[in-house]
Design a protein around this ligand. Sequence first.
Ligand SMILES: C[S@@+](CC[C@H](N)C(=O)[O-])C[C@H]1O[C@@H](n2cnc3c(N)ncnc32)[C@H](O)[C@@H]1O
Length: 346
Amino acid sequence: MKWLEVSCKVPQEASEALCAVILDWPEVQGLAVEGVFDKAPLHPEYGEWLDESLLQTDDVVVRFYLPEPISEADATERTMAALRLVKGAGLMVEDVPEQVSCLVLDEDSWASAWKEDYHPIPIGNRLVIVPEWDQEAMADDDALTQRLPIILEPGMAFGTGTHQTTQLCLQSLEEVVTDGARVLDVGCGTGILAIAAAKLGAGEVLAMDVDPVAVSTARENVSRNGVENNVSVLNGNLLAPMDVDPTPVVTETGIVTPLAKGFLCSQDLAQMPAWNVVVANILRDIVILHLPVIKSSLAPGGKLLVSGFVQEQAAKVAAAMVEHGFRVSDRKDKDDWVVLIAEHVS
Ligand SMILES: C[S@@+](CC[C@H](N)C(=O)[O-])C[C@H]1O[C@@H](n2cnc3c(N)ncnc32)[C@H](O)[C@@H]1O
């Protein structure tokens, strides 16, 4: 069987919207975004704030695979239509054929092309992120088999384990999760941190995300890892008022409109027993907005891990944490990125 490898060059800030449209095509197998994601992704539709200092215009390549009998001409036309949708949603993309290129691959080349960018990634002392198809290869590596595997199928949601902030949070979870702990993962993306917490011994983990796509990806990853008994995944927004309509609104372009909607609200959280660990890898301002609700749901002595911001923003986050009654006890840096670890002090 033949496959078409379609590559489309777009500015980084338009890549997620383009991926969302392309992933709606039932024939698409494998989608990857290539380029340097050294700044946080922007999701204005999910309440993440645009931060001028994080804006960048570097192009990335969205690459995906379509099976025969789809022709190069069809694939190019459909990709152009997707680009037009993204452009219509207000994102800066060029919807010209020069942005799109196609390569015909046979089955073997397709399988390796899609998978070659993803390999097991050891994290910290105890964890390893394993792409679903690399599990067998990993069995040959004694050092890796000693680690706790987090098996992931890279999908649309953020959190394949390659981003510095995800790795910093994983490393920090290793240090703070104790046996039987109750862990809350705010902005779970693929569910990677929640799964790690469960594998590290947490008794009960609640993973939540405002993005319904992230919620379904996280649920799949949770069952892939056999941690369904310990991890629940909910759509929600702890910043939203209680009486919001939980039905997501989808525009003609397939992009969820600006929302303050969610199933899980801060009031729901208030009904639950306190958490021993809360992890939130979002963005600076969203993290800061979450501090009051996190403070009221974290057990005294409980640990808060926050990331999603760069070094020059860390002081502002740390100051806000102190203002809300946390004691910042540790910090880790990777490249420009930071995780802050704080303790709830009453
Ligand atoms: C940077 S990703 C982190 C994903 C994963 N936890 C990780 O560490 O790789 C941030 C996630 O937060 C979600 N998010 C943004 N604002 C949110 C909010 N107000 N409530 C819950 N999730 C939110 C986004 O949809 C996205 O999946």
